[in-house]
Design a protein around this ligand. Structure first.
Ligand SMILES: [Zn+2]
Ligand SMILES: [Zn+2]
Length: 309
């Protein structure tokens, strides 16, 4: 008789993602004291911050206009060449593949502030900011909510070749550009490590700061808030209360004066014929959401109402 008894002592699930712990701890040390020390010892040149700023912008836009608004929310359609740009520069962000990122982000929207929200702010500010990345939860690899993205050849290609893309473009390219200017280590530090760490934390601010500080103009039922300071460093993603209320909209900052470079970038793509079908919430629906949120804000909390009777 074959033994059909279940294993009485299943292997315990690991409690820490050691690879992420090492990267998230070492990369800021190399990026900040490392870059300062190396530049102090070997000299500063104009191309170093220029390389940082150019790559910071291209990678930041690939996460916001690409991973977030194009892939996770499908808020517009774009040409395959634009998808390839998002795939390569998005891989350089060291935030995993567009497929993995979008699966987690869709769970965040669906279960926001709940048990299945991967960066649930109710588990604490630092959990939502970075500690969630150290949790080896197997659910993070669950791609069942991204079947539409699995049909996209560029997304599949990036998911398959993610590690070589991260290494060649995330580290190799800035080192090569630095070498062209005579200092490959400076290129690796300014365009590689410093850029990775700052893009990391500016992205993480959306899950921490923009779920803690700011106004809830459109929806009082979620923790997401509109925070212009976060928008400033995260390419417009700080208008997060609007985004949670209307996640399919290609804009996060809806007024002309709202700092939202991802929105302007997508409009630029449309003008060049490289993006189409931009999804935009009707003004009447936005006004209605504002009115309801305003009414909810004006209502006294239940315990106050009882006390006032
Ligand atoms: Zn959110
Ligand atoms: Zn979103």
């Amino acid at each position: 008789m074959p033994d059909t008894q279940p294993d009485p002592t299943p292997a315990p699930r690991p409690t820490l993602d050691v690879r992420n712990l090492i990267f998230m701890t070492l990369s800021p040390v190399i990026a900040i004291p490392g870059t300062i020390w190396y530049t102090y010892e070997n000299g500063f040149e104009w191309w170093m911050p220029a390389l940082f700023l150019v790559l910071y912008s291209l990678v930041g836009l690939s996460v916001t206009a690409g991973y977030h608004r194009c892939f996770s929310h499908r808020s517009y359609e774009c040409a395959w060449i634009v998808q390839v740009f998002y795939a390569i520069f998005g891989a350089m962000s060291f935030q995993n593949s567009a497929l993995w990122w979008s699966a987690g982000h869709r769970r965040h929207h669906r279960h926001v502030d709940g048990e299945f929200d991967p960066y649930n702010i109710r588990k604490g500010f630092w959990w939502a900011h970075i500690l969630w990345t150290l949790d080896p939860d197997p659910e993070k690899a669950n791609l069942s909510n991204v079947p539409d993205l699995e049909k996209m050849p560029v997304v599949r290609w990036q998911h398959r070749y993610l590690v070589p893309l991260m290494l060649v473009f995330g580290f190799g390219m800035p080192a090569f550009i630095g070498w062209c200017f005579g200092d490959w280590v400076a290129g690796l530090l300014w365009g590689g490590f410093l850029r990775i760490v700052l893009v990391h934390h500016c992205t993480f601010f959306i899950n921490s700061l923009a779920h803690t500080f700011g106004k809830r103009t459109y929806d009082r039922t979620v923790s997401a808030r509109d925070n212009a300071w976060v928008a400033l460093v995260a390419f417009g993603e700080g208008f997060h209360n609007f985004h949670h209320r209307f996640p399919a909209d290609y804009r996060n900052g809806i007024r002309w004066f709202h700092w939202d470079p991802a929105k302007w970038f997508i409009r630029g793509l449309m003008a060049a014929g490289l993006a189409w079908d931009l999804r935009r919430t009707p003004e009447s629906a936005i006004a209605e959401a504002r009115r309801r949120a305003g009414e909810a804000a004006a209502e006294p909390p239940p315990e106050t109402a009882v006390a006032a009777d």
